[in-house]
Design a protein around this ligand. Sequence first.
Ligand SMILES: [Zn+2]
Ligand SMILES: [Zn+2]
Length: 637
Amino acid sequence: MADGAVVDVVLPDGSRRSVPAGTAVGTVLSEWAPDRASQFLAASIEGAAVDLAAPIRAGRLAPLTFEDKAGRDVLQHSSAHLVAKALVETIPEARPTVGPPTDEGFYYDFDVRPLTPGDLDAVRASMDRSIRAREPFRRRELPKADAEKLFATNPYKLRYISEVPPGEPVSVYDTGDFTDLCRGPHVPDTSWLQGVHVLGFSAITPDAADAKPLQRVRGVGFPTRGELDAYLKMRAEAARRDHRTIGQQQELFFFAEQVPGFPFWLPHGMVVVRELEKFVTEHLRAAGYSEIRTPLLFAKSVFETSGHWEMYRENMFTSEIDGQEFGWKPMNCPGAMLIFGSRARSYRELPLRLAEFAPLHRLEASGTLHGLLRVRELVQDDAHVFVTEEQIESEIRVLLAWIRDAFTTFRLAWSYELSTRPPKFLGEVADWDRAEAILERLLKESGVAYRVSPGEGAFYGPKIDIHIRDSMNRPWQTGTIQLDYQIPRRFGLEYQGADGQLHQPVVVHRTILGTWERFLGVLIEHCAGRWPPWLAPVQVRVLPVADRHAEAARGLADELRAGQVRVEVTGSEESLPKRVRTAEVDRIPYVAVVGDREAADGSVSVRVRGVKEGRTYSRPEFLAYVTERIRKREFDP
Ligand SMILES: [Zn+2]
Ligand SMILES: [Zn+2]
């Protein structure tokens, strides 16, 4: 480039600058936004990620920070380099293979002897030294032959080098005395990696048939130590609340090796499932739904009509019956469509609201199964509502009100996502526009936060997804409300309108809590196993102080049971303080103690979960108090 040449760049705010050729990208950016420069991890020029130390090129220039996916990846991947440097320093014969960023953080796989916790300590110590030494990430570009020489003892890197197109240089990054093959970019130096933490290691076997087992080191990186500490704290709290652990402690459910992904509901878990069902069913009755039950499996032809055979077949379990192929339903839609189409329908029947809580089967990959959060057999609070165009608005309004009731009851925060017409769609633009306008107006009216995802709707209709946040502010997707203009057409569904003509109904597929399994998994973690009294498998535990109070304790338990309260009595084999402590560990909402005084005057001393002071009630008062809290579905006891 000629002396005095300038390069024209456009910054994210639209401003333009001409800078001398050879200026570092980072210099241009920090002059543009000096107060934010410390957050810039790398940059992008015309969408391609580059190091801050790279010479400027013409085009649109933007910083990459931890807020961007690409910036986050730069930090994670730079951390992976640091891990590789430290591991090779600890075990010189280790051969690094790949170290990509992941959704959570990063990993690096090594061809090395099995690691030990001691190795990990040494790795962490080496990383700390490197971070203190502020070692720069230096980029070099080499001819292929030189790169091959540099990585002559590492067959993994040689394979990657062989994949670089002929004539193109190979880029490597030096960090201190460690060199890794890499396209980059990276953070400027290791001092940017103070918020990096190595989480652990495990043996893995890569997919390739001839592959040998590798050791994977996993970690996570944040821009600052403070953010890392907050994350680690949150992670420990999440582990404490893990629904799989609490499910075992409280004997809610279990999974058997012989049927992976199929939950077994234990008596305590079943209590919660039934209470949840009752809660939903009360709404369905009030909102004019009817309940149906349709077969669990259908001949292939039904799924061909519904479109599942084409779109969803890899996720379906199939069976052969009488030489014919059947599929286990992954969704309830086909059964509801067949019921609607089973006889002539009139507009007077609409909206026709058909709810179904049938077990559904989905062939999820075994590697993705995760406790109750991803299973192969599940039940949804599912319903299909058949409506005319004019009825869409009132139906959706009722649904949004129900969502408010439901999630308020569970003290979950929720928001909506409206997905609109995709490039490929079915039906008339005018119908889509009208339906989308109705949905958006109702969302606005609801006062709940929502965002619009343009073009993300299904090809058969727009949809509203419900996103919830639990008490740890973790996001979960639960229910969805989906308008469908296509499935009635595929099943040839019609009703006779007031005009005497035949019309096609619109189908609203809606599930609000999602699946019992997933929702309960989330709920367990949300409340850390401290069930609201109405859901608690055991609502009251009665503790007789001594053997001589056993009869009075049983009498109290019988009264509570007669009042529909779930109660158990724990005998006096163990000391009272010990049993009180156990009830706390078991997160029992109400503990009722019966001793001499209580047995004599028919009272009961009560400890309410989470409340320090005990209280004394007469037996009828206590029953009234507990049943009122349960009836109102209060979140706290
Ligand atoms: Zn790299
Ligand atoms: Zn459906």
